[in-house]
Design a protein around this ligand. Structure first.
Ligand SMILES: Cc1cc2nc3c(=O)[nH]c(=O)nc-3n(C[C@H](O)[C@H](O)[C@H](O)COP(=O)(O)OP(=O)(O)OC[C@H]3O[C@@H](n4cnc5c(N)ncnc54)[C@H](O)[C@@H]3O)c2cc1C
Length: 396
């Protein structure tokens, strides 16, 4: 016998950082909110686990102070271009490394404490979203009815597929492979290798008990990602055959200009909110989840839920501006003729290193780098490349 439908003010599908933020904000605003995830927590999520300064700021706004024990602090950064070391930055901004297993569990605990009704191990069987509201059917026979629904169910979002036919354009998004390797040496420095993947990079992110080592980039430009990871691991003295390799898509460079449809709003990876250069997604997941719930609460208070999507799109404009600028810059720094020059300029120029790290850590926005500065840097890179070639030709 079918169970009776349960009415709430807001359904959030997906309890990663985007969904946990959305549910926490909604509950704090006094909404009856159901937070649904197909997984049971704690669960693993493939991720480098770098929580940037920007992410940490957004997390604190939504969840309050999180226990410092969730994070492994890192202050040194090694930069490389394949075999070529580009330098060690000994006084980088504080970067926090986390294990998503513990981190995500801590966030949903906060969502529950704020009053969200959590349902885990819950498989979505059907989503209907009409002009008068949303109906979510779960595989166990439960039906949830709500005037608004937030899809925060990640890169393969079932909500986005139900709404738009597919979650993302596979030709545009990224793919990454990662392993958790035993800690060998320096747990104080993270590494970024701009030569490990095309239109992407390789990373070694130290954690309290392991090293997260991975390569990732635009999927279509790296059909040989497995071989790239194997080479990267060997370069670090890690035997690929001894590692459990896992892969996951990243929706970078494919953000949704209209983040939803009708009564459904998409947040985090489901909305394609991953930085196309750095791959940072946690900050944008937390930010977009919080914005989605705030506009939902406003629209419900005013009795006009149908206006939530337009308000959400407007609220996301600064995030979309960042995504657009990063996508443009990505073409300049990762394109074949310029990548080596960008890396060379980075190796030579401490100010550029500081700016790169500030971007990575969210202390600097792409919007802060005006077009004039970008053109100056590209001009300098091209001139430096031309001078180096001329010197090589003249045998100097
Ligand atoms: C290899 C890799 C490395 C990365 N490294 C970093 C990094 O170092 N720093 C950083 O900031 N970002 C990083 N990212 C990006 C970051 O992991 C994501 O952007 C972030 O997790 C997005 O959060 P989210 O809540 O939108 O989605 P997710 O974290 O993917 O959470 C989605 C949730 O939805 C649930 N779900 C999925 N489908 C359904 C369904 N049908 N029904 C119910 N529930 C469902 C899932 O179980 C999951 O709990 C990395 C990504 C990858 C792949």
């Amino acid at each position: 016998m079918a169970r009776a439908a349960r009415e709430v003010d807001l359904v959030v599908v997906g309890a990663g950082p985007a969904g946990a933020s959305a549910a926490t904000v909604a509950a704090a605003r006094g909404l009856r909110v159901a937070l649904i995830d197909r997984a049971r927590f704690p669960r693993d999520k493939l991720c480098g686990g770098l929580v940037s300064g920007r992410a940490h700021g957004y997390l604190t706004e939504v969840f309050g102070t999180l226990p410092e024990g969730l994070f492994h602090p890192v202050r040194k950064v090694r930069l490389a271009l394949g075999e070529v070391p580009l330098g060690l930055i000994a006084e980088a901004p504080l970067m926090r490394m986390t294990m998503r297993r513990d981190f995500d569990a801590a966030l949903i605990e906060r969502a529950e404490a704020a009053g969200a009704q959590l349902a885990v191990g819950a498989r979505v069987a059907g989503i209907e979203a009409g002009a008068d509201g949303c109906r979510l059917r779960l595989a166990d026979g439960t039906t949830l009815l709500a005037p608004l629904l937030i899809g925060a169910d990640g890169v393969n979002s079932a909500v986005a597929r139900a709404l738009l036919g597919r979650a993302h354009d596979p030709a545009r998004i990224g793919f990454a492979l990662e392993v958790e390797a035993p800690v060998q040496h320096d747990r104080d420095a993270l590494e970024i290798d701009l030569g490990a993947a095309d239109w992407g990079y390789g990373w070694v992110f130290p954690k309290a008990r392991s090293l997260t080592v991975g390569v990732g980039g635009v999927a279509a430009r790296n059909p040989d990602m497995k071989a790239r990871l194997a080479a990267y691991l060997r370069r670090h003295g890690i035997d690929p055959a001894a590692m459990r390799i896992k892969g996951h898509h990243l929706p970078f460079g494919d953000f949704k200009r209209r983040p939803g449809r009708g009564r459904v709003l998409l947040a985090g990876d489901a909305a394609g909110l991953v930085d196309p250069i750095t791959g940072e997604g946690i900050a944008w997941a937390v930010r977009s989840g919080a914005l989605a719930s705030n506009v939902a609460a406003d629209a419900l208070t005013r009795g006009v839920p149908a206006t939530a999507l337009a308000a959400y799109r407007a609220a996301l404009t600064p995030v979309h501006v960042e995504m657009r600028r990063a996508r443009f810059l990505r073409g300049l720094i990762f394109a074949a003729p310029l990548r080596g020059r960008f890396a060379g300029a980075l190796a030579r120029n401490p100010q550029m290193q500081r700016r790169y790290l500030a971007l990575l850590n969210g202390d600097l926005d792409y919007a802060d780098i005006g077009p004039a500065r970008v053109l100056r840097v590209v001009g300098r890179m091209l001139r430096a490349g031309g001078a180096a070639r001329a010197t090589a030709r003249s045998g100097g």
